[in-house]
Each structure stands twice: as C-alpha cells, then as structure tokens.
Ligand binder design. Sequence first.
Ligand code: ADP
Ligand code: MG
Length: 258
Amino acid sequence: MTPGRVRDPMPGSLPSSPLLSVRGVRKAFGEHVVLDDLSLDVHAHQVVVLIGASGSGKSTLLRCIDLLEDVDDGVIELEGQDITDPRLDADTVRARIGMVFQAYNLFPHLRVLDNLTLAPRLVHGTGRDQARAEAMAVLDRVGLADRATAFPDELSGGQQQRVAIARALVGRPAVMLLDEVTSALDPELVGEVLQLLAELKQTGLTMVVATHEMGFAREVADEVCFLHEGRVHERGTPAQVLGDPRQERTREFLRRIT
Ligand code: ADP
Ligand code: MG
C-alpha cells in the first residue's frame, strides 16, 4: 500500500496497514529493560492513549518513535518505512513526526511566530514568507493567531503549550506524539489544551498521547493501551480498558489513580 492511501483511506473503510507500527521493540538502559518486545499499531486518524504507572516506559516509547533514543531490537515503521534504519537521516524522519513534551520548551527570546518558523527555516530551508504563512495558518488552527507577535512569557501556560502544539504541527506531520502535555499546567489551564487535542482529532490528526488524564482518554481515545513490564499489557476501547479491565494489573493501576 502506498503512503498516500494509508493517510487517506476510503471513507468508511479501515486502512489495511497501520500508519505507525511498532513491532517487537526492546529498549534497555544498562541492565534495566524498559521496553521488552513491545508492539503497537496506530492507524491513520486514530488517537491512541498510553497509560501506565510512572516509569512504565511511556516517554521512552515516544522518544524511540521520534528517534531520540535508539532501540536495541525491533522495528518501527512509519507509513511503511522502517525509520530505525540507521541509514536514514533522523531530521528528515522527525519532520514527519510532531513531538510535544511536558515542558513546552519554547524559545523565550523569540516571539510566538518566530518559535514556529525557526525549524522550517533553519532545518528545512523554507523561505521566510512561506514559513510565516504556514506558521500563521497553524496558529489560527490552535486559536492563537492574535498572539503571533507576543513573547512566550506574555502568554499563560495553557497558551504556551498550545503554541508548542502549533510548532509541532508546522510541516504537517503524519503523526503527533504528545507526552503528558498537561502535567506541568495549573489545573485551570489543563482544559484548554485537552480541548485543542479533541478539536485536532476532529480534523483527522493521528495522535499517540501519554497522559494521566483519564477523562480525556475516555472521551477522545479510540484505543487505550496500558503499559506494564515493558509491554502493552492490555489494550482496547476506553470503555473496555477503563470501564471493564480484564487484567488485574490494569485494575490495580486504575484503583490507584482514581
Ligand atoms: P514513564 O514515561 O512511563 O514515566 P519513562 O519512559 O520515563 O517512563 O521511564 C521508564 C524507565 O526508564 C524509568 O525507570 C526511567 O528511570 C528509565 N529511564 C528513562 N530514560 C532513561 C535514561 N536516559 N537513562 C537511564 N534510565 C532511563
Ligand atoms: Mg513520562
């Protein structure tokens, strides 16, 4: 199947091959095996939510997909291409992936618009006018076009995280990876960021989201994956995994966090 068809399946039909396929991935830090023969498929337009105890490997998995960590074994395919192939240029692969972290990591000395145009201009050689036009379109998408000339510290934490999400959307990534993007926010600012993710899902964006926000998982996830002992220990619809977990470990985790 060609990448175009994976991204744009026939209406009403499930694409037959996943957009992102993690197969048999192992990742250890020294003796500590964090991901142990972990497999996970994500289809186009799906939102997959990763849950699991602190230290269960959610961040490590997302970092492996974004090539910020080398895997010890296994394969990660994006649109049918093995992106763990060391012959590939990591920046070119990363341009197809949008990653957002817990700490928004905006450049404090750059205005919002320049935060969005920096990588396209420096890494991808996009011209100034085109980079600005694309950045403005994305800022509009996250509802912050009117803050384009502000500096990050003039924005609320929720707005800063929305800018970070906008920055990851520049260049139209095939998949977005979001790692606990609301964990650093004051409680009253969490809602606007989760609301934005729900809106982005409506536009068909494919996302893998590590979060402790079970309400978000329940409402927005197509699939919930519970990570335990380096694997996807249980997976299913939010209703199944969160409402009627089959595995004792999942039940135990959910009891502890609720
Ligand atoms: P989660 O995001 O689910 O909380 P992480 O992926 O951050 O889990 O961490 C999983 C385990 O891997 C933890 O025990 C953590 O200490 C360990 N770990 C993560 N990154 C490193 C690293 N760079 N070096 C050594 N250990 C690490
Ligand atoms: Mg983490």
